[in-house]
Write a protein that binds this ligand. Structure first.
Ligand code: ZN
Length: 222
């Protein structure tokens, strides 16, 4: 009888499916796309990894409503842009954008169902449990494997969720520090998300407006 080796993130290699430069309002990013169990993890890299220590990292879970549509139900879109800016300012880091992590791993349709339940008075945990899920269905072994493939050995993690740091550590990547991404949502300021736009979103919308204006100006000039 052979020995059964435990299968873990440290023994499985993610498959790189594309490598390209992605231009964004925050500059160009060397992008490595890894496929893992049907999900794509886009690793947007800035600078040289060097010894791979203390790399500034954001593990961002896909949130179509927040990231793409600017939904005011969460602050994912704002956190994403803060992370882009912080890594660009530092000149070295990785932003991992993970598909398949929508709604903390329950998928878009179930996330929307959970919103409906929340509007009826359920809190986030109760809504997920009512739908038959745990509060967080994500594991981060997949992201850890991608980071390892990029030569990242330890990180400073940009997150407001300490569980993410613990999950990454459990997957074998030491977290040297956790850097909070402060938005009006987590400063305890009441957000009038159904009736208005909070200042974080106003800031985001102003940045998008300025970006569109600059594109239009460039078009007129060019
Ligand atoms: Zn979100």
């Amino acid at each position: 009888m052979g020995t059964h080796l435990p299968v873990s993130a440290t023994t499985i290699a993610p498959r790189e499916v594309a490598n390209l430069t992605l231009p964004t309002p925050f500059g160009g990013w060397e992008t490595h796309a890894f496929e893992w169990a049907g999900s794509i993890h886009l690793c947007l890299c800035r600078g040289r990894m060097g010894d791979g220590e203390d790399v500034l990292v954001r593990m961002h879970s896909e949130c179509v409503t927040g990231d793409a549509l600017g939904s005011l139900r969460c602050d994912c879109g704002i956190q994403l842009r803060h992370a882009f800016r912080a890594i660009a300012a530092e000149g070295r880091g990785v932003l991992v954008y993970s598909t398949g992590h929508e709604g903390r791993g329950i998928g878009l349709a179930n996330k929307l169902r959970a919103y409906v339940l929340q509007d009826r008075g359920f809190d986030t945990a109760e809504a997920n449990e009512h739908l038959g899920f745990r509060v967080d269905e994500r594991t981060f072994g997949d992201v850890a494997a991608c980071l390892r493939a990029l030569g990242v050995r330890s990180v400073r993690l940009m997150s407001n969720n300490r569980d993410k740091a613990a999950a990454l550590e459990a997957a074998g990547i030491p977290v040297r520090a956790v850097v909070a991404l402060v938005t009006t949502f987590n400063q305890g300021i009441e957000v009038e998300r159904l009736s208005g736009v909070d200042s974080g979103h106003r800031e985001l919308l102003a940045a998008i407006d300025a970006w569109i204006e600059s594109l239009e100006r460039r078009k007129q000039e060019g």
